[in-house]
Write a protein that binds this ligand. Sequence first.
Ligand SMILES: Nc1ncnc2c1ncn2[C@@H]1O[C@H](COP(=O)(O)OP(=O)(O)O)[C@@H](O)[C@H]1O
Ligand code: SF4
Ligand SMILES: [Mg+2]
Length: 329
Amino acid sequence: MYRSSLTFKGGYIHTIAVRMVKLEIRGLKVYYYTSKGIVKAVDGTNMNTSESVGIVGESGSGKSTLAYAMMRMLQHPARIVEGGIILDGKDLLAMNEREFNEHVRWKKIAMVFQYAMNSLDPVYKVKDQMYEVLRQHGVDAIDDTILVDALRETGLDAGVLEYYPHELSGGMKQRVVIAMALLLKPSVLIADEPTTALDVLVQAQIMNMLKRFKSNGLMIILITHDLSIVAEVVDRVAIMYAGQIVEFNTVDVIFKEAKHPYTQALMSSIPRLKGEKRLSYIKGDPPNPFDYPKGCRFYARCPYAMDKCMQEPPYISIGDGYVRCWLYR
Ligand SMILES: Nc1ncnc2c1ncn2[C@@H]1O[C@H](COP(=O)(O)OP(=O)(O)O)[C@@H](O)[C@H]1O
Ligand code: SF4
Ligand SMILES: [Mg+2]
């Protein structure tokens, strides 16, 4: 079931029911050309999925840059150096800006930006900010129906339209920005650290909501630094380290038999029982993004590092995913 045309006449019920999409990221490189040097924020990233994905990695590993590239919202000094982002066979990076904005941005792929709830404009009501999203994408709504339906998807009622951001709790604000992302009924929803700064209960509610969207057919790309929160929500996990995806596989494989030493280290830092302290931390720091080492980027922190790890690690197929590590060659 896919609604390619949008009808905003009264009585339309907003339900997420989208057809399956296929998303491929092919050899993507996004660099920031700063006055201090080149930051290789995303540096040869590959992923192929028709299921929801969690993108997990430490701060600075390139998760948000990857997301901005998918929305084609990168700003100076960022530049896409090479690679493709292919949605249902169409390379989004090859489209012209007008075509992309008319057909893809917000309509096929939408995003809840990191810290988005803090960027709601304090002087405008929720209603005005939601209408602004529609206006920016050339959609004339004849009444509030589409807004109310999107809010309802996130568990908010129509009354919220008349509120100013300061009248909402953190959890409500986050629901509003999610509702805004749903307005044009995308097939893919990128949520960049959507629960940072929210308390545990609200975090669980937001995650349950994303899980429900996924069950209704929306592809969720959940970005987080916290591996422990993805298992319930997504089907696949991409582990990012220093600008690259080092392991990509199903939730099952990642949680039961992670292959990459970095993924294993992330796993061992998840508390197994409520209240249990995290057992081990990953010692050391990620490499300098201005000067990534030639071979494996995890080398300096890896307990299994060998001489050959000074060379670029190969892609090793594991099921229909992969790991990039010399241990498996
Ligand atoms: N506007 C920018 N200019 C220069 N470097 C940037 C900019 N935005 C991000 N970076 C750098 O790119 C790398 C990846 O950042 P980011 O994509 O935000 O990672 P994450 O979302 O995983 O924390 C980091 O080294 C970061 O400092
Ligand atoms: S390639 Fe070598 S250094 Fe890198 S994660 Fe694998 S074993 Fe460790
Ligand atoms: Mg980020």
